[in-house]
Write a protein that binds this ligand. Sequence first.
Ligand SMILES: Cc1cc2nc3c(=O)[nH]c(=O)nc-3n(C[C@H](O)[C@H](O)[C@H](O)COP(=O)(O)OP(=O)(O)OC[C@H]3O[C@@H](n4cnc5c(N)ncnc54)[C@H](O)[C@@H]3O)c2cc1C
Length: 400
Amino acid sequence: MHVNFSAEELRFQDEVRTFLRDKYPADIRQKTDTGVPLSREDYIRWQKVLYQQGWAAIGWPVEYGGTGWSPVQRYIFANEMANANAPDMVPFGVKMVGPIIYTFGNEAQKKRFLPDILASNVWWCQGYSEPGAGSDLASLKTRADRDGDHYVVNGTKTWTTLGHLADWIFCLVRTSSDVARRQEGISFILIDMKTPGVTVRPIITIEGEREVNEVHFENVRVPIENLIGEEGKGWTYGKVLLQHERTNIAGVARSKYRLTRLREKIMQPIHGGRPLVEDANFVRKMAAVEIELKALEYTELRTLAAVAVGKAPGPESSLLKIRGTEVQQAIEVLFLEAAGYYALPYVPDQYVLDLPVEDRIGHGSETTTSLRYFNNRKASIYGGSNEIQKNIIAKHVLGL
Ligand SMILES: Cc1cc2nc3c(=O)[nH]c(=O)nc-3n(C[C@H](O)[C@H](O)[C@H](O)COP(=O)(O)OP(=O)(O)OC[C@H]3O[C@@H](n4cnc5c(N)ncnc54)[C@H](O)[C@@H]3O)c2cc1C
């Protein structure tokens, strides 16, 4: 996509590039370039560098520590971050609960929570889904019963991404069952993970990693001042958050970066053979993905522009989520195809993270190609499955 940047925007692009070249820690860069997962410490260290620069919360209003950037500046930033293969902020604090707190929270909550989110002093996770309440989220059963100036929380959340690393969790809980619609009586509360009665258990995913968890609450006492907004209105707040989450999931800039890497890869003779660029069928498949991605990029820019003038992303966030994740998955399939049988050495138990860089093939070893492929199966499920997004589009766009 060609965007005619103004002189000022080109200066901004240069500033971001210089910053990434000088301040993105070399050891973290080496890990991301070779497919080695980052530690919690790596993330926090990098996020604090962004914070020092004033770039931790690019979407927040300036009064809370945001950048006040235009949609084009955000677009430039996302693209430069992706081109440098620099990790994005972990979303749960800055992209998810932060906006809910500054939009619906009271002054005391803003003062208490926002600075620590901005500075990456506190790691958050998201407690929405439950066993039996994923797509049908309104059927959630985790209860928060009032007891004096506390809620007493009981229940189980599941698929909690990076919950084992988190200090706090934001949860949708049921505070009343005496309601006309199931969406009523749900509240949005913040829980300190160190509170007695909170237990985190791992879920090992298909690629053999621990990324998601089950979080159990047994008589967990939560002060009522941790309730966001009005009791029973959590569904409304939670929905706003999901729309932002879905817009973020599209990952257009990252997909563009991955396609660039793939293009480089297919130009090289593969393991002594001929380069894949000579395979017309492969090139055709790659071009089809690239066209999808370009169309998606325009849609994302339109959504960014709407958000910049204060609108919440509407049903277009569902469209972005579906297409964005389909493109991400299609790219990983192409990588897998390009690796051919060199992708086979992947076996979870034997996965060796400290493989020397010189022993890795291309950009990340073929082993990480398999890992990425398997890990990315999740993209069409989390943030609300793609089938559910299609239902949302049918209802809110097509009026069916
Ligand atoms: C890797 C990963 C990370 C996640 N991280 C988090 C997290 O941090 N916090 C959190 O709260 N949740 C998280 N989730 C949960 C995620 O939001 C749910 O998995 C998702 O909403 C689907 O719910 P479910 O797993 O209960 O599947 P179900 O709702 O049981 O759905 C099963 C299948 O049926 C389909 N289906 C269900 N209902 C309909 C319908 N009405 N029409 C058409 N098809 C339908 C679905 O599309 C799906 O294919 C994560 C999930 C994954 C996989």
